[in-house]
Design a protein around this ligand. Structure first.
Ligand code: VG1
Ligand code: CO
Length: 542
């Protein structure tokens, strides 16, 4: 039986950089999740009888919302749903399943790198038929709908046993519970030289992969340990937990510091990596060297042809605006297109669909390719493993050779978390107000050559996205970028991105913060960070 339930709109359901993210108690308010899911369905057309993919990263509240989403999909007329067993699907695996089974779209339940638990974060995101995050046109329509919604539809059906693989009936709609790993593992096998990686492990290559008690655990165990023969224990913290063991599943130098320390120690394995809550980010640390995500993107792009899936080369490279220009130099040398998009994976979809880019990346530890329409943590790790196996060099040697060939983009991001929203907005407004007067002026020895509020004109569909970050560019290619996060759930997070290019015959071995010291000081002069935020140092430096 289908029930139509009366409801009232919530005014705070605006999707951010990657879906709607709120604290669990917010999501637990009456009809909160239902309103949002119905608003998604109301913003779509032509899904009657079609298939919907549903999965999540296993965080607290995942199982409850999976049941709600199934019952609402049935009531709204979907023909079938595909659900990962246990309600689990990593974000890249969900993207692949949507594409492989030609589903209409997918609902991904995740707040990604944000912490989980009864008082932590939850999230809902809609992905379209190409497997990628809904573009702004759709997320804007969803938000508009959430403000006007008056009822939702839900089928009165018993709870589905999502822990058993098989096909079930839910009020006339078919529910297919699938293994969350198999399809994805097969895709990885089709892209990479598994024989070469397997041989490397056999000859003693050692690796540490930290799944951070998040969704990649089962994927890493299956692929690294079972299919590639890495020793048991290579995948650590592999059991997905609803609260990620009480940690932030954010693979950066703060939340994965234990891995960093180990990789810098005397008995470090050859290669260290980690992924985030929903499996779309990657942290790469070689023995004795942290690889910035921006450098990793450039190095993966320069060496991708060593993997069977990319043997014909790349069509183009895309990166988010705050990501360093390291990949630009690779694209230039290859003679392929380079695209600069706003932050968030949804902006890469059109470029990938149009065959203009093959590899994409973000400074926030996201890298991926046209194999899916999301960033993909394990994909990046496997491409690294493929490159390491074929080049027979250490990660450190590969990185240093890359700098020696292309020069080095010193790069760091400083985050100021949980700043009062008004104060953060005042800082950005202040910067915006003086952009026009900056070019031609200097801060110390640093001469400003350009300053703007980044706007993206999508070359494929012509859509325009404004106010995507304040950029201040200096002579010689250095930059400082300021933007506010669109994934946080309390207050505002100010992100300051700092970059300096050092040519290949310059100093390539400086400590990053020292190499950027004058630009960090310039960022303070430009924005008055201390005055506005009341903080004298960043919360997180990556
Ligand atoms: C952050 C990152 C951005 C990434 C987004 C989603 O967004 O900066 O690069 O695409 O998270 O990643 P923001 O608006 O907080 O800067 V995930 O792994 O949380 O889905
Ligand atoms: Co993520």
């Amino acid at each position: 039986m289908i029930r139509t339930v009366e409801t009232k709109p919530y005014d705070d359901q605006k999707p951010g950089t990657s879906g709607l993210r709120k604290k669990v108690p917010v999501f637990q308010q009456p009809n909160y999740a239902e309103n949002f899911i119905q608003s998604v369905f109301d913003s779509l057309e032509g899904f009657e009888g079609k298939e919907l993919v549903i999965g999540g990263d296993g965080r607290y509240f995942n199982r409850e919302v999976i049941q709600i989403a199934i019952a609402m999909a049935a009531a709204n007329g979907f023909g079938s749903v595909i659900v990962g067993r246990g309600g689990i699907l990593s974000t890249p695996a969900a993207s692949h399943i949507i594409r492989k089974y030609k589903a209409f779209g997918g609902i991904i339940l995740s707040a990604s790198h944000n912490p989980g638990g009864p008082h932590e974060d939850f999230g809902i995101k809609y992905n379209i038929g190409n497997g990628g995050p809904a573009p702004e046109k759709i997320t804007d329509a969803i938000f508009a709908r959430t403000k006007a919604i008056s009822s939702y539809k839900i089928a009165d059906i018993p709870q589905i046993d999502i822990d058993r693989i098989g096909e079930f009936d839910a009020g006339g709609m078919k529910v297919k519970i699938i293994d969350p790993v198999t399809d994805y593992a097969e895709l990885m096998e089709s892209l990479f030289d598994f024989d070469a990686i397997r041989a490397n492990f056999k000859y003693g290559f050692r690796m540490a992969f930290d799944a951070m008690h998040a969704v990649t655990g089962p994927y890493a165990r299956e692929i690294l340990e079972l299919r590639l023969g890495a020793p048991k224990g290579t995948a650590r913290n592999f059991k997905p937990l609803p609260d990620f063991g009480g940690h932030h599943p954010d693979p950066n130098l703060v939340h994965a510091k234990h891995l960093y320390d180990e990789m810098m120690g005397p008995d470090a394995p050859d290669f260290g990596a980690a992924s985030d809550g929903d499996g779309d980010r990657n942290l790469i640390i070689g023995k004795g060297i942290f690889v910035t995500p921006s450098d990793s993107l450039a190095i993966l792009a320069a060496n991708a042809h060593l993997a069977p899936g990319y043997k014909d080369g790349l069509k183009g490279i895309a990166r988010s605006m705050p990501t360093s220009g390291a990949a630009d130099r690779v694209a230039e040398k290859m003679g392929v297109g380079m695209y600069e998009t706003p932050t968030g994976w949804k902006f890469f979809g059109n470029l990938l669909d149009a065959g203009m880019a093959t590899i994409c990346g973000e400074e926030s530890a996201g890298t991926g390719s046209d194999h899916v329409r999301e960033k993909d943590g394990l994909w990046a790790v496997l491409l690294w493993l493929n490159i390491l196996a074929l080049r027979g060099e250490s990660a450190k040697q590969i990185v240093e050779k890359h700098w020696a060939e292309y020069g080095r983009n010193y790069y760091s991001r400083h985050d100021y978390e949980e700043v009062e929203t008004e104060r953060a907005n005042a800082l950005i407004d202040g910067l915006r107000g003086k952009l026009a007067s900056l070019p031609g002026t200097s801060i110390g020895d640093l001469k400003i050559v350009a300053a703007d509020d980044f706007q993206y004109d999508d070359p494929v569909d012509g859509s325009v996205s404004k106010h995507q970050g304040i950029r201040v560019m200096f002579e010689g290619g250095s930059r400082v970028v300021f933007r506010l996060s669109g994934t946080g759930t309390s207050g505002a997070t100010l992100r300051v991105y700092i970059e300096r290019y050092e040519p290949k015959d310059g100093r390539l071995d400086l400590e990053t913060q020292a190499a950027l010291a004058d630009l960090i000081a310039a960022a303070e002069t430009l924005a008055g960070i201390k005055k506005h935020t009341g903080r004298d140092k960043p919360t997180v430096i990556t």
